[in-house]
Design a protein around this ligand. Structure first.
Ligand code: GLU
Length: 433
């Protein structure tokens, strides 16, 4: 249950301390409440914006390679489509549930609004463990899931993309299944596709590139020289590994990295290309000798200039926030910091670049991919990267200005900006009845 909006009158972020860390949706709503209160959002508009527009749950029966039938659960939540077709990734994870998908869908709405992308927000996925499934099983799950979503997906309606546990191959299967059903190839129905199937140059690296860019911008604001900085990255998937690689290219020293097998620390700097090669060859960083072994907790608590949580939700919490020693936190993952941790980090003077700004490079290049597919004209990598950089810079500056104007954290400023934009659009469109 979301909290009563009126509870938060007085614009007091410390109210959060009385609340508990419940789930990602609750975490999202607690920030939403603070921003809504500052904006003096009308109660009706508040209720409208907090409620997902549509939620779908489907069962996905699959014949496994051993001949047995197994049934998986699939989700798609359209949080909002006021600004345009809904957009957001597809997550395959063993502990996925509707609450998580709802939070992630709402974050997509805010992310697109901040970046000025003409999309609403959505998220979906299947509760499954992709590491334990064969390629054939994954393909059947993806195709059956897509077939169940034929009335939901559409290049003008709802456009999926990769997220945790899915990749370019998954997107190719979605595109193919959708195209087979509508009897012609429709590339714009999904983004994050392989380049030869209508994907965009630079899409794969886009989230990491955005993370790198906002981190460098924040370092410049704080007077930290990137070439003298120490960076710690939690998570070594697409976002974590590319952020680390691109920051290393900017001259930063990456002193800590991690994946499911734990953390790796080297005070002289980890050779990131070497680590990426190792992880590609061995599937994980297990046995990587480029750094000393650490636990995830120890990794997060390392002294550094920039900490990039790029793994999953709820990593920096009310319990460990006081032990974080970074000067800047750039949220590569969605929801890595709980609402309870926010005031503690603020108190410590840590500059947090919130997820809905920091990791928005991915959906920005997804938007470019959709535009290119619909026009049928493809851009060079250079053009993609230049336009991404421009949009990230504009978004960073507007969040920063909003934070100064309202004297709030960058996170609350990002919510204010996003909610205000969606609320204004809603007012102009009006309520159809
Ligand atoms: N899954 C990514 C995100 O959370 C990308 C979504 C997209 O490109 O639509 O932002």
């Amino acid at each position: 249950m979301a909290h009563n909006h009126s509870e938060l009158h007085g614009n007091n972020e410390s109210v959060l301390l009385k609340k508990t860390e419940e789930n990602p949706f609750e975490s999202m709503m607690q920030r939403f409440d603070i921003a809504a209160d500052i904006l003096k959002l009308d109660k009706g508009v508040y209720d409208y914006l907090k409620t997902p527009a549509r939620q779908y749950i489907v069962s996905i029966p699959i014949q496994m390679d051993n001949g047995q039938v197994e049934v998986f659960e699939g989700y798609r939540v359209i949080h909002n489509d006021i600004l345009g077709p809904s957009k957001g990734g597809i997550r395959y994870s063993p502990d996925l549930d509707l609450t998580e998908v709802k939070a992630l869908a709402a974050w997509m709405t805010w992310k697109c609004a901040i970046l000025n992308i003409p999309f609403g927000g959505a998220k979906g996925g299947v509760k499954c463990d992709p590491t334990k499934l064969t390629k054939g099983e994954l393909e059947r799950i993806t195709r059956r899931y897509t077939a169940s979503m034929m009335d939901v997906f559409g290049e003008e309606k709802d456009i999926p993309a990769p997220d945790m546990g899915t990749n370019e191959q998954t997107m190719a299967w979605i595109m193919d299944t959708y195209s087979m059903h509508i009897r012609h190839t429709e590339t714009a129905v999904v983004t994050g596709k392989p380049i030869i199937l209508g994907g965009s140059e630079g899409r794969k690296e886009a989230t990491g590139r955005g993370v790198m860019q906002v981190s460098v911008t924040a370092m410049n604001k704080l007077g930290i020289d990137p070439t003298k900085s120490n960076v710690v990255v939690q998570g070594f998937g697409n976002v974590g590994s590319i952020s680390a690689k691109l920051l290393a290219e900017q001259g930063c020293k990456i002193i800590g990295i991690s994946d499911v097998t734990g953390g790796y620390y080297n005070k002289n700097g980890i050779d990131i290309n070497n680590a990426i090669e190792y992880a590609e060859k061995n599937k994980t960083l297990n046995g990587f000798t480029g750094g000393d072994k650490l636990t995830q907790e120890e990794l997060l608590e390392l002294e550094c200039d920039v900490l990039i949580p790029a793994a999953k939700e709820d990593q920096i919490t009310g319990k460990n926030a006081s032990k974080i020693k970074a000067k800047i936190i750039t949220e590569g993952a969605n929801g890595p910091t709980t609402a309870l941790a926010d005031p503690i980090l603020k108190e410590k003077g840590i500059l947090v670049i919130p997820d809905i700004l920091a990791n928005a490079g991915g959906v920005t290049v997804s938007y470019f991919e959709w535009v290119q597919d619909r026009v049928g004209y493809y851009w060079t990598l250079d053009r993609v990267n230049r336009r991404l950089q421009r949009m990230m810079r504009i978004a960073f500056d507007s969040v920063f200005e909003t934070s100064v104007k309202y004297n709030v954290t960058l996170r609350i400023a990002a919510y204010i900006l996003a909610i205000d934009k969606v609320a204004k659009s809603l007012k102009l469109r009006g309520i159809y009845a």
